[in-house]
Design a protein around this ligand. Structure first.
Ligand code: 5BU
Length: 471
């Protein structure tokens, strides 16, 4: 095996899959070694050899599925699958852009055991994201076979999640083989060794994958682990009132909103408004709304989508004509400014005695939204230790923390769209894609019999939630 690995190391070096010099990683860190195994598709003999050697590490002989982590490991996983006659599944990386499209391609059964194939492990987050999606679809993952362990914390992260990781090389071993073959100098080896000593294990930005599956827990249980007090209250309210409906009352007349809220109040968990579209806004409107919210027990959300520097959002939230912090239990915010946004919002909340919460807009329902995978990760990192974040506005199951709430807009009884980019999915589809609270606007406001529409959405959403936690 050692001779084989040494030979392969030299071949990888010769095809430029391993390079030495001054490089900058995806996350902006300097590194003296660059491993890029994408090139192996141009060398079928090496691809075959590396796949065979990697598969030789597999220990679990009951594996019935193989899954390559996109994209570099996909050809390797395909070769292993074809050679071993074990079927393969693929985790779609871009499924979030389509909202509720399925994440795992291929045919499999609940409980199938699956081995993961990956090229390079740094923090381990790509493997853990894949494991999370496979688990959500009912697959069991026991081990991960990896070509290169960069020895930067990934192994620990993966093994902490109960997955056995086996690698063909650690970076140190690879350097040893290349030095022996005189492909690198002792000085290069020393540079890489120094770099490994200094480079901290990157912090995983995704949620703790070993946490209990949010989608399978009921709201009452989840309320016990919520860091934001309003999230705990909202989870309890949804559980007691048996509703996950958030009504978007996007109407421009105060009376119309009040009229709709009077009818909807007993059946909704949250009433969501856009205060800046109301043409006859005054503080009596707020008093009437507050009265209805305490009478019928629902929370008020102002979908203001704050998105400026901390000082400005603090003023926008607490001051001005609307004084949103004084009456909105919940607000929405675009996390694009970074942590200062949350500090600014928190500052404005200090003047209010009631509990308040913020939903971070992590993905949007509109066609062509710019919220890509990296942005999603950054948004999730922001909510991790915050006690003011109630949850994320998103279209798919991007986080596992049971104490956070997924709010999903773009819901109608049929899968349709409007002519300004809004995309709709059905109540059942959004709940299966992780929605805890579902936003329905025109599906209700434009219907002739509003009460019957409210009940229809409420019942379909609740049935889908009950089904989700029990199946
Ligand atoms: P609709 O009438 O059901 O399309 O209204 C949806 C509401 O949710 C509307 O108030 C939007 O401002 C809000 N929304 C959304 O549709 N999509 C998003 O990604 C976000 C908010 Br964030």
């Amino acid at each position: 095996m050692k001779e084989q690995l040494k030979e392969l190391a030299i071949e990888l070096y010769e095809i430029d899959a391993v390079k030495f010099g001054d490089f900058v990683t995806k996350v902006g860190l300097k590194t003296p070694v660059y491993v890029d195994l994408r090139v192996i598709i141009s060398y079928p003999k090496i691809l075959k050899k590396i796949s065979k050697t990697l598969w030789g590490l597999a220990e679990d002989d009951k594996v019935v599925q193989i899954c390559g982590v996109p994209y570099t490991a996909l050809p390797i996983a395909s070769v292993i699958s074809a050679e071993s006659d074990i079927p393969m599944v693929i985790r779609r990386k871009e499924a979030k852009a389509y909202g509720t499209k399925k994440l795992i391609e291929g045919s499999f059964k609940q409980g199938d055991t699956c081995v993961i194939i990956e090229d390079v492990v740094t923090s381990g987050s790509s493997i853990l994201e894949t494991v999370r999606d496979l688990k959500n679809e009912g697959l069991k993952v026991t081990e991960a076979l990896v070509i290169m362990d960069r020895e930067q914390g990934g192994r620990k992260n993966i093994e902490n999640s109960g997955i056995k990781m086996q690698s063909l090389y650690t970076l140190t071993q690879l350097m040893g083989y290349l030095l022996e073959a005189k492909k690198v100098t002792a000085e290069t080896v020393e540079r890489v060794t120094e770099y490994l000593k200094e480079s901290r294990a990157p912090v995983k930005t995704f949620e703790d994958e070993s946490a209990p599956n949010r989608l399978k827990l009921d709201f009452a249980e989840r309320s016990k682990v919520a860091k934001n007090p309003l999230a705990a209250k909202l989870l309890n309210l949804m559980s007691q009132k048996e509703t996950t409906l958030c009504l978007a009352a996007d109407l421009t007349s105060a009376d119309e909103i009040i009229d709709l809220t009077e009818r909807a109040g007993p059946h909704i968990a949250v009433l969501k408004i856009h205060v800046d579209i109301i043409e006859d806004f005054d503080q009596t409107f707020i008093q009437r709304l507050k009265h209805l919210s305490s009478k019928h027990k629902f929370f008020i959300m102002e979908d203001r989508k704050f998105g400026d520097i901390g000082n400005t959002v603090s003023l926008q939230y607490g001051k001005g004509v609307y004084k949103i912090a004084e009456w909105a239990d919940l607000i929405t915010a675009h996390p694009v400014p970074g942590p200062g946004l949350l500090d600014g919002l928190k500052k404005a909340q200090k003047h209010v005695s009631e509990d308040r919460g913020v939903f971070l807009i992590t993905e949007m329902s509109s066609k062509g939204a710019l919220t890509g995978e990296n942005y999603v990760k950054e948004c999730l990192a922001l909510s991790k230790d915050s006690d003011i974040v109630t949850g994320h506005v998103c279209q798919s199951n991007v986080f596992s923390d049971p104490g956070l709430i997924q709010l999903t807009p773009g819901v109608k009884l049929a899968k349709t769209s409007d002519n300004l980019g809004q995309q709709y999915n059905t109540p059942e589809a959004v709940v299966n894609a992780g929605a805890d609270l579902a936003v329905v606007g025109r599906g209700i406001t434009e219907s002739l019999d509003k009460l019957s529409s409210i009940l229809k959405y409420k019942n379909q959403l609740w049935a889908a939630y009950k089904n989700r936690i029990s199946s």
